[in-house]
Design a protein around this ligand. Sequence first.
Ligand code: FAD
Ligand code: FES
Ligand code: FES
Length: 1393
Amino acid sequence: MAPNETRDELVFFVNGKKVVEKDVDPETTLLTYLRRKLGLCGTKLGCGEGGCGACTVMISKYDPFRKKILHHTANACLFPVCALHHVAVTTVEGIGNTKSRLHPAQERIAKSHGSQCGFCTPGIVMSMYTLLRNNPEPKMEDIEDAFQGNLCRCTGYRPILEGYRTFAKDANCCGRVANGTGCCRSERENSMNGGCCGGKANGPGCCMNGKEDNVTMVSSSLFNSSEFQPLDPTQEPIFPPELMTQSNKQQKQLCFKGERVMWIQPTTLKELVALKSQYPNAKLVVGNTEVGIEMRLKNMLYPVIIAPAWISEMNAVQHTETGVTFGAACTLSSVEEVLRKVVAELPPHKTEVFQAVLEQLRWFAGPQIRNVAVTKKLGFLYVTEKMLYAFMNLPLIAATALGGNIMTASPISDLNPVLMASGSKLTLVSNEGKRTVTMDEKFFTGYRKTIVKPEEILLSVEIPYSKKGEYFSAFKQASRREDDIAIVTCGMRVLFQEGTSRVEEIKLSYGGMAPTTVLALKTCQELTGRDWNEKLLQDACRLLAREMDLSPSAPGGMVDFRRTLTLSFFFKFYLTVLQKLSKNHNDINNLCEPVPSNYVSATELFHKDPIANAQLFQEVPKGQAVEDMVGRPLMHVSATKQACGEAVYCDDIPHYENELYLTLVTSTKAHAKILSVDASEAQNVPGFVCFVSAKDVPGSNITGIANDETVFAKDMVREILVPNPVTCVGHIIGAVVADTQEHSRRAAKAVKIKYEELKPIVTIQVCHLLYFGEMYLGGQEHFYLETHCTLAVPKGEDGEMELFVSTQNPMKTQEFAANALGVPSNRIVVRVKRMGGGFGGKETRNTILTTAVAVAAFKTGCPVRCMLDRDEDMLISGGRHPFLGRYKVGFMKNGRVKSLEVSYYSNGGNSVDLSYGVIDRALLHLDNSYNIPNVSSVGFVCKTNLPSNTAFRGFGGPQGMMIAECWMSDLARKCGLPPEEVRKLNLYNEGDLTHFNQKLEGFTLRRCWDECLSSSSYHARQKLIEEFNKQNRWKKRGMCIIPTKFGISFTVPFLNQVRKFATLVLCWTRLDGLSVVLVQAGALIHVYTDGSVLLTHGGTEMGQGLHTKMIQVASRSLGIPTSKIFISETSTNTVPNTSPTAASVSADINGMAVHNACQTILKRLEPIKQSNPKGSWEDWIKAAYESCVSLSATGFYRIPDVGYNFEKNEGKPFCYFSYGVACSEVEIDCLTGDHKNIRTDIVMDVGTSLNPAIDIGQIEGAFVQGLGLFTMEELRYSPEGNLYTRGPGMYKIPAFGDIPTEFYVSLLRDCPNSKAVYSSKAVGEPPLFLSASVFYAIKDAIYAARKESGLTEPFRLDSPATPERIRNACVDTFTKMCPSAEPGTFKPWSVRV
Ligand SMILES: Cc1cc2nc3c(=O)[nH]c(=O)nc-3n(C[C@H](O)[C@H](O)[C@H](O)COP(=O)(O)OP(=O)(O)OC[C@H]3O[C@@H](n4cnc5c(N)ncnc54)[C@H](O)[C@@H]3O)c2cc1C
Ligand code: FES
Ligand code: FES
C-alpha cells in the first residue's frame, strides 16, 4: 500500500508535555530533537554511536497486553525521532531539579561524589532512574548491570556504585545509614562477612577500626547517607493518560517525509509486505543500531525507511514442538527474558542452545542497546508447550532486535554462530509468500550479505530445543567484557550416539574468522563418528588450526590471537562436554576420561563477585571550626547541577539567532601534496554558507606551540618547496560553514580533494642494536566525554571576538586566535565555564579547532559553533605519546641496581606541540622511585605522519616510570628474588639525591610502602595465590606492588628557540632548560555589598574539583562560609596570562593566588574589623563600602626556585614530589587472555588533603584511567597512518565492570606539605601510574602460566596488556599450533606506531 501523500503528525510526550511535530525529518535523532528543538540540553552527546551512554533517556509505553507501563533506557543519539509516536520520553530534566527537588537518583550520585566533570552524569542518572522505575528494590547486581552501557572517564566508577548501593536491598553494607539497624558499623559481626569495607574486618585499614589513634581520627565516610531522601515510587510523574487511551486504539499507517528520507510505519504484515515489494531497496529499521550508525558514520543514505515495529507477527513469541519462535522484531532483552523463563521450566537437556544464547546476551552491548524493557518481576504469559503466541512483545522501536542482528550479517555477530550451530530456522515473507530456510553454511553469501532477497522480510526465527545427548556452548572474547563486540565468538554443538560418547553430529560455528559467520565443515566431518577423548581433542585442534586459518593481513589484525582462540574455545567446549558427559551418564564414565581437577576452572564462566571498597582519610583536627571546610569532604560545587542536567557546557549555550555551524574538512592521507580542493558540490547542499581555507585567515596561518603548524594546511615555512602538504590523516585543510550542523556535515562530505601521495612515516623506527631489554607502550586517547567545542561570537567592532571554548588553556587559545585573526590579544575574550573532561587533551590541541572557528566567524561576521563528533575528535586531536624504551641495567646478585643506560623514543606526530616537555618528564621519571647510582639516558622525539601527540595526565611520567618497572621486574626474575623485595631494596631514602640531583625531602614513600604491604596482607595473599596457581592449570593469579614518585611542577621547555625536528626519525636529546614561566597564577576577588564574594582564578574546571577547592581555600582565608563564595567561570578578561590548568599544580598555584587576594582584602578590612570586632562579615563589608575601601583585589603567585638545566644537571625541576604505592591482584584466563581485577589497595600521600572526597576521587579516577592505558586501550593504525579506532565501538576505555572488585584507598596520615597551600599536595596526575601494579600483576600471572610450559626466563610484554598480548604470552600447545607469519612477508592490517 502506497504511503499517504500527506505528512503525518508525530505525537509524543517529553517529561509529561505533549509534543506535536508536524514537520519531522526522519534523519533527526531524539538527541538532536531534545537539544535543539526543545532546548533540553541535559542529555549529552558523547559519541553518537550508542557506545557511551551520555545520551541515555527513559522511554515508556503502555503495554495493553500486560496492562503495564513499561520503561526502558535508550540511547537518544541512535533513536530516530520518528519512532516516538505515542511514546513518552523522560529526560534528566524531567525527574528533578535544583530549584525544587532533586530525585534520589540525582541526589545520591552528587552527594556520594560520583560526578566530577559531570558530562556522563545525566546518562548515568537516567540508567539508575529507569532501573528504579522498573524495580524500586534492585539488587546490587541489577545496579551494576544497569550501567553496562554507560561510561565515565573521570570517577573510576567506585563512588557512583557506592552512592547507588544505598538503593540496593542486598547491599553488604547498610548503605551507610549510619548505625541504623543492621548497619555493619553497629553490628561488628556483620563486618566479618564483608561489611562496608568488604571483608577487611578489623584488619589494618579496616573501616571498622574507625578510630582514635593518639590524636588522629581516621574516617571512612565521604558522605552521610542519612541525609539522603528516601525513594518514594509514588512521587514519580504519572504516565500520560492520553497514551494509555491511544494504546488501545488501532494504529494507522504513518508516513513522515524529510529533506532526503521518507519514513513509513505500517501496521499490518500485509501492508509491510506490500511496501517492501514497492520499495525493495527500502531499509527496514527496527533498533536502528546498525542503520543509524551507517547513516551517521558511513555516510549512507536510505531514502525510504520502513519501520515494522507495530507488526504484531514480528513481535510474537511462539512455543512450538521443536523450539521457540521469536518474531524478528523481538528485542534482545525480551528474547533474554523468554529464554530465562523457558530454561527455568524445562529440563536442562532441552535448553542447551537457549543457555548458550543467554550467555551470549549476557555480554551483548549495554541495556540501552539490548533494551531492558521488562524486569524480571513483570508478569509472564508463557503457559504450556503447546500454547501459541504465548508472549506478545511490546513493540518498542530503537532497541536492538533479533532480526536486525541476523540481517546485519556482521561476521562478529554474537548470535549468528549460535543460530548457525544450532540450525535455527528463519521464516521469510514477501509478496510471493513465505519460505523457511535453515541458518547454515549457505545462509551468508559474503561480507554482510545473505540469501534473503531484497523484497523479502525476515518474519521470525525458531531457536530449537536440544535433545538428550546433545551439548551446546557459546564463547566470546572481546577487548572489554562489557559492551564490546567480539574479536572471536562461536557456537558449538555436539550430539552423541545414544548412551555413548561417540559423536553423531557436530557443528562448530565461528564469528570473527572470515567475512561471514562460518562453519568448520571439514573439521566437523572428520570428528563425526569419533569418541570424545584426548585424541579427538588433538585432532580437532590440528584440523581447526588448518581450517580456521587467516591471512596474516586479515582485516581486524590480531591474527595469531584469533587463530589461537578458535582452538582455546574448542578446548573449553571439549572439557565442558566431558564434564557434562560424566555428570549425565554415570554409565559411560568409563568411556571418557574425567576432567583433571586442575582443568575444571577452564570451563567456568566468568562471574562477578560482589564489589567491596573502603576509602580512608584523616579527619580534620578536633576543634576546627565547623564552617572551615578545608580538609572536609565537601561535595563538588557543581555536582547537583550536573546530576540534574542543568550544568552548562560549551555546546549547551543557547543558540544565537544568526548562528552558523562549522564542519572541518580534513586530510584522508597521511602525507601528501594537495593538488586541488573543490567545494563546488558542497555549495549545492541546502544551507551552505561558505568554505573557509588558508586564504581566509586574516592574520597568520602559522600557529602551534612551536610555530610549526598551520590553521589550515598550506605551504609551511620550512617546506616552501612542497606546495600544500598535509602531514597526517586528519590534518585540517578547510571548513564548511552552513546554517545547521546537518547541512554543514553534508556539505563537508561533498568537498573533493585531490592529493599526490608521498611516503608516510607513522612508526617509531629505530635501528636494531643489541640491548638488554626493550618495552613498547602504546598511546592513549583522552576520551574526555565532551569532545572539543568552540563557539565564536564576533562583536562587530574593533576586531573583538568572544570565544566560548572547552579548553584548559585560555591564554594560548586567546593568543592563537588573536594571531590568526591579526588582532591584538586585548580584542579576544576566552571564556570557560567548565569542561566535560580534559586530561591534557585540551591543554593545547583545542586551538586547532578554535582558530578555525574564529576565522570562520570573522569571515561570515556571524557566531559560529562547532563541537567535534567523536570520530573527528579522535582522528585529529592526538593523544598520549607512544613510547619505546631500551635499557641496559647493571645490578648485583642481591638485586641492587648499580647502573642504568636507557633510551626513550616517543612518537611526537606531525608537530612539536608539547612533545619536548613530555620526553623531559619521562627522562626525569626514568628512576620511578629507585636510587640508581649511575644513569645515562637519552630521549628522542620522533616526527611522524600522525596527528600531533600532546599532553595527557602524567605528561610522559607514566611512560618513563613504566619502563623502569619493566627492567625492575626483569632483574628480580634474573636474580630469582621476590620482586617486592628487590623493589624495596632499591627505594630511595630521605635525603637521597635523584639522578637530576634534587634532594628528596619529606620522603614519605617508604611509609606508603609499608602501609600498603601490610594493609593488603601482601605476604599472606601471595601464599594463597601460589596455592591457587598450583590447583589451576588454565587460570592463573598474579600480584604486584608498585611505588610512584611524581615530581610537581611544569616541565615544559622554553620554546623561544626553534630546535631541530627532523622529517625522519629524529635525534634530539638536549633540552634548553625547564620553564619557570608556567608556574605562576592569578586570582581576582570581588566582594559585593551584601557580603557575597565572586571569585575568579586562572584555573579551569574540568571535573577535578578545582573550583570547589578554591572556594574552600577562600573560605578559610576570609573566614566565611563557602556558601558566600561563588565562581562563575574562567576568562581572559578577569585573570590574564593564565598558566594552563595542567601538571597537577593548579590547586597549588591558584590556591596561593586566591589566598593572596584574600589577604589583600583582609588587610584592607583590618581597621574596620578592629573598630567592630563583634561585627559580622556583612557588617564589615558594608562599613568598608561606606568608607570607600576597595573590595576588589587581585592575587598573584609563582612557585619559587624551580628551573633546571639539562646541560649542567643542576637546578630544581620540581617543587616537591607526591608519593603513593599500590598493590593489585588479578586473575587471567590463560586460554582466552581475559583478565579480572580482583583487588587493589592504594596508599597515597596527598599532604594534608584540602578535600578528601575530591582527592580520593582523583586517585581512583586516575588509577582507572591508567588501568585503561596499561591493560585495555589500544589505538590501531593502518600502515598508511589511518586511525581505525575512532569511537567507543573500537576503542575501549574501562567500564563499570573493569574496576577492581575490591578497591581500597587510604590517604597517608600526618604528612603536611610545606610547599603548597594549606599543607596540601598535588593529586591529579601522580596516582595514574599506580595502575602499573595491575599490568605487572598480569605479567606475574603470565609467568605462572609460562612455567607450566617450562618457560621461566624474563619475557617481553608490551603495554597495554590486552587479551591478545596476554594470550599470546601464555605459550602452550595451542599457541604453538598457530605460529606467526614471518615479519616482512606480508602487509599487516595494523602497525605499532
Ligand atoms: C553500542 C553497540 C554495541 C553493540 N554490541 C554488540 C554485541 O555485543 N554483539 C553483537 O552481535 N552486536 C552488537 N552490536 C551490533 C548490533 O547488535 C546490531 O547492530 C543489531 O543487532 C542490529 O539490530 P537492530 O534492530 O538495531 O537493526 P537495525 O539497525 O534496525 O537494522 C539492521 C539491518 O537489518 C535489516 N533488518 C532488520 N530487521 C529486518 C527484518 N525483519 N527483515 C529484513 N531485514 C531486516 C535492516 O534493514 C538493516 O539492514 C552493537 C551495536 C551497537 C551500536
Ligand atoms: S552519545 Fe549516545 S551513546 Fe554516546
Ligand atoms: S564525571 Fe563521568 S565522565 Fe566526567
